[in-house]
Design a protein around this ligand. Structure first.
Ligand code: ATP
Length: 235
């Protein structure tokens, strides 16, 4: 579904992504793991069309995304739940969710997806008319994922959904991702929490300073000795 080929991305003269290639197949959860500054966020933002490609190709169902404006990429079915959530704190839950559907005209479909988000996240349904700014970190994360889902994406990209969450809240978010996967949503998951991400993922790529240093199935990476030492905090 998504094919990234030899992607390079730079901020001015500093190259943050140094020629990476990876694929996400339909129905899979694929994760990019790596420490701070490895280039994970940069990669997602580039796929979303928020950052320009220096060189390489990004293909979605064979269509070139690189060079395409971000709103058009959303229309093709690629949505991102950004790091740090970036909600509108003064707007209500429902208003934030509806912003995720900005590119759509199918009212019935929008209502169906809204119901689905509320079914998935009960707390959002209960507090639909409250301002998002009053929410806890975990609730805001649910709202950010819900908003991304409101564009009815075929590919959902999640940037560090566990960031800043308590272990319990993180488990709730990870369970939700597992539920979305069970529904057949294709997910590209960026995480610093390698343990959580690899436990969910069909396939994973390990990024270090802008390069992929290792890739394998989630299960194999979880048991890989180097990964365990470098990313899972084992000696
Ligand atoms: P994090 O978990 O902190 O988001 P990451 O793996 O997602 O880490 P990126 O945020 O993609 O990493 O950053 C990759 C590199 O690009 C880092 O060296 C970072 O300092 C640099 N970088 C990121 N954003 C900018 C920017 N706006 N201007 C200049 N350099 C940047």
């Amino acid at each position: 579904m998504l094919e990234v080929k030899d992607l390079k991305v730079a901020y001015g003269r500093v190259r943050a992504v140094k020629g990476i290639s990876f694929t996400v197949d339909e129905g899979q959860v694929v994760t990019l793991i790596g420490t701070n500054g490895a280039g994970k966020t940069t990669t997602l933002r580039t796929v979303s069309g928020l950052l320009p490609v220096e060189s390489g190709e990004i293909l979605f169902d064979g269509v070139r995304l690189d060079g395409m404006p971000a709103h058009q990429i959303v229309r093709l079915g690629v949505a991102q739940s950004p790091e740090g959530r970036r909600l509108f704190p003064r707007l209500t839950v429902e208003e934030n969710l509806m912003l995720g559907a900005f590119a759509r005209r199918d009212r019935a479909g929008i209502q169906r997806d809204l119901a689905r988000v509320y079914q998935l996240f009960d707390v959002l349904a209960q507090r639909r008319h409250q301002s998002a700014g009053l929410f806890s970190g975990g609730e805001q994360q649910m709202l950010a994922i819900g908003r991304a889902m409101m564009s009815s994406p075929r590919l959902l990209m999640l940037d560090e959904p566990s960031m800043g969450l308590s272990p319990i809240m993180m488990q709730v978010i990870m369970n939700t991702i597992a539920e979305l996967k069970a529904e057949g949503v294709t997910i590209l998951l960026v995480e610093q929490n390698a343990q959580a991400a690899l436990s969910l993922a069909d396939y994973g790529y390990v990024l270090e300073v802008g390069k992929i240093v290792l890739h394998d199935t989630g299960v194999n990476l979880l048991t890989n000795e180097n990964v365990r030492k470098a990313y899972l905090g084992e000696d």
